[in-house]
Design a protein around this ligand. Structure first.
Ligand SMILES: [Zn+2]
Ligand SMILES: [Zn+2]
Length: 346
């Protein structure tokens, strides 16, 4: 049993600058009112974590000070703040990584996930940066904790965050039941979109990627057909297309694969700067081109779908490593020919 009186430090995976990731020992404060101390169990490595390591930033979020990475995390309640009674010590929880301000114009309009003052785990969007959850212990706001539905283990629960991203992207597309859908890019998010489409009742789901390994994962997660676009030209058109590569060169293909009157959802994060694409086709083909960013209430739904469909996390997670082997874990997760979701055991 963890005793806060005797344990006042914890280990955390800190990005100091581009290429400089270290397991540091940091002070640990007891939980205050409204807070809970969590013993972290599992944490998924995300594309944004890899971007901080490789480039020192993601899009406009540039590291200005060391920051703890990780936002796809689950764990166990270790100690409760004063007066806290919603959770019990020892209970397994998934942690919603977002803390919106609650009073900005976006929060007031009910779009909390687009909060302009958002504190999101492991993000340098704000200064001081918001630390993430790749650590042995952390104190979190109790409102960010979600109990696990029956049948969901704490390892699979760490996938609630990326699956919420996928479910929000699908919600942006409107009604998907009976639709012909293409998912361009079968990385972890693209593959989770495939899984969400299958559970949601899409008629057919075609996944495309440059790597066969990714396509195998997408197939396991419910793709009815897969195309390796490095090997074959693919010219069909779809009711709905999800662009999940974020490669600026991939947008023109996504537009041309969306049928007239269809919907194109931009999921992948483009690199900074302008992207060139045949936008006149958006007009002439009457395409609805929509963005999707993070998620909000989808988190609870993600937990329930993961609990009822254990095959999703089982196929998505291709490898796990103990926290101290973070170098190997990050190296493998960057190799798309050999891995999909790699997770850290804390
Ligand atoms: Zn993520
Ligand atoms: Zn706000």
């Amino acid at each position: 049993m963890f005793d806060i009186k005797h344990n006042t430090t914890t280990e955390a995976l800190v990005i100091h600058q581009k290429g400089d990731l270290r397991l540091d020992t940091l002070p640990l404060a007891p939980p205050l009112e409204g807070q809970t101390l969590i013993r972290l169990a599992w944490g998924g490595i995300c594309g944004s974590d890899m971007h901080y390591l490789m480039h020192g930033g993601v899009g406009a979020s540039v590291l200005k000070e060391p920051m703890i990475l990780g936002h796809e995390v689950s764990g166990f309640v270790e100690a409760l703040g004063p007066g806290e009674s919603r959770f019990q010590v020892g209970e397994a929880v998934a942690i919603h990584p977002a803390r919106p301000c609650g009073h900005c114009p976006e929060c007031m309009r009910g779009m909390r996930h687009l909060c302009r003052n958002m504190c999101f785990f492991g993000s340098a969007a704000r200064y001081p940066h918001t630390d993430g959850g790749f650590r042995r212990h952390m104190v979190v706001q109790s409102t960010q904790l979600h109990a696990l539905p029956a049948g969901l283990d704490v390892k699979a629960a760490s996938m609630a965050e990326p699956f919420s991203v996928a479910l929000h992207a699908i919600a942006r597309a409107g009604d998907i039941r009976g639709k012909k859908v293409m998912v361009q890019g079968a990385g972890p998010i693209g593959s989770l979109i495939v899984a969400g489409l299958k559970v949601g009742g899409a008629q057919s789901i075609v996944a495309t990627d440059l790597h066969d390994f990714a396509l195998t994962i997408a197939h396991h997660l419910g793709a009815t057909a897969v195309f390796n676009t490095s090997q074959a030209v693919h010219e069909d058109e779809y009711d709905i297309v999800f662009e999940a590569t974020g490669a600026s060169t991939a947008l023109s293909n996504a537009i041309m694969r969306t049928q007239k009157g269809g919907t194109l959802i931009q999921v992948g994060m483009f690199p900074p700067g302008d992207v060139s694409a045949p936008l006149s086709q958006i007009i002439a083909r009457e395409i609805d081109y929509r963005g999707t960013f993070r998620f909000d209430h989808e988190f609870e739904n993600a937990l329930h779908i993961l609990a009822n469909n254990p095959w999703i996390a089982a196929h998505l997670i291709t490898r796990s490593f103990p926290l101290e082997q973070y170098s190997e874990a990050f190296a493998l997760s960057m190799d798309r020919k050999k891995s999909s979701k790699v997770i850290l055991e804390m």
